[in-house]
Ligand binder design. Structure first.
Ligand SMILES: *Cc1c(COP(=O)(O)O)cnc(C)c1O
Length: 235
């Protein structure tokens, strides 16, 4: 058994359990394995168990890893960290989905830079559901109008919304913040957008997120262990 197998199986079991507890089907919640700061060899080991989607925060680091993993069919890299406009070209070449779109200009640049021989880049609009000033994302009341503009771009496909709840052990507070993201999806659908993804919930709060309708949870430390080398990594 590889080093991550127990932890990866454990994450899948937690997702299934949380889904069943609220009458949802485990298959309706996908797992994004957050491999940021871990080397390509760690991605390879978890991929070997059947995991195909990996979340990364640092564009340059992810591009290097992806180059080392070019032999893995179906491998999918997802950007969940903040994106600066000078990194949009490399991001459009490296990722299959970008979940941290918080302004139109970034989405426009990603669309313009998406290579013609790749399928359209999937996008999520990141929403600041905690209201903390330090957190990225658009305000919930601006999410649908940004989504409508992003949905018109030619080389990208809008899939839905991503959010991060504030770190707290208060489950009611977690749930009220996650509910804001579900409302974004409902409002976007009411406005006629064909969106289907709500990415929310991490190692410490995935149960609350699944109870509020997450279709994807992003799990890092519960699979790969604690992160050590985040400092000093270029965005
Ligand atoms: C790092 C990160 C995660 C994973 O967090 P863990 O607590 O390690 O599960 C999820 N989402 C985002 C946006 C992250 O930056």
């Amino acid at each position: 058994m590889g080093p991550y197998e127990n932890a990866w199986q454990g994450a899948l079991a937690r997702i299934a359990h949380a889904a069943q507890a609220v009458g949802r089907s485990p298959g309706d919640v996908s797992l994004l394995a957050v491999s940021k700061t871990f080397p390509a060899a760690a991605v390879r080991a978890v991929y070997a168990m059947g995991q195909q989607e990996f979340g990364e925060n640092y564009v340059q680091d992810a591009a290097q890893k992806r180059a080392e993993l070019g032999d893995l069919p179906g491998l999918s890299f997802v950007l969940i960290g903040p994106l600066q406009s000078n990194k949009t070209k490399l991001a459009a070449e490296t990722f299959d989905r970008v979940e941290s779109v918080d302004r139109l200009k970034i989405a426009e640049r990603l669309s313009a830079a998406r290579p013609a021989d790749r399928p359209p880049l999937e996008l999520l609009v990141q929403v600041n559901i905690s209201g903390e000033v330090t957190k990225s994302g658009v305000r919930p009341d601006a999410a649908v109008s940004l989504a409508e503009e992003v949905a018109r771009l030619p080389r990208t496909v809008l899939r839905g919304f991503m959010g991060i709840a504030e770190p707290t052990e208060d489950v009611a507070l977690q749930r009220s913040q996650f509910a804001r993201l579900r409302h974004c999806l409902e409002d976007a659908r009411a406005a006629g957008l064909a969106v289907d993804m709500v990415s929310m919930g991490m190692s410490d709060d995935l149960e609350a997120a699944i109870a509020e309708g997450a279709t994807e949870v992003r799990i890092g430390s519960a699979i790969f262990g604690p992160r050590h080398r985040e400092k000093g990594l270029a965005q």
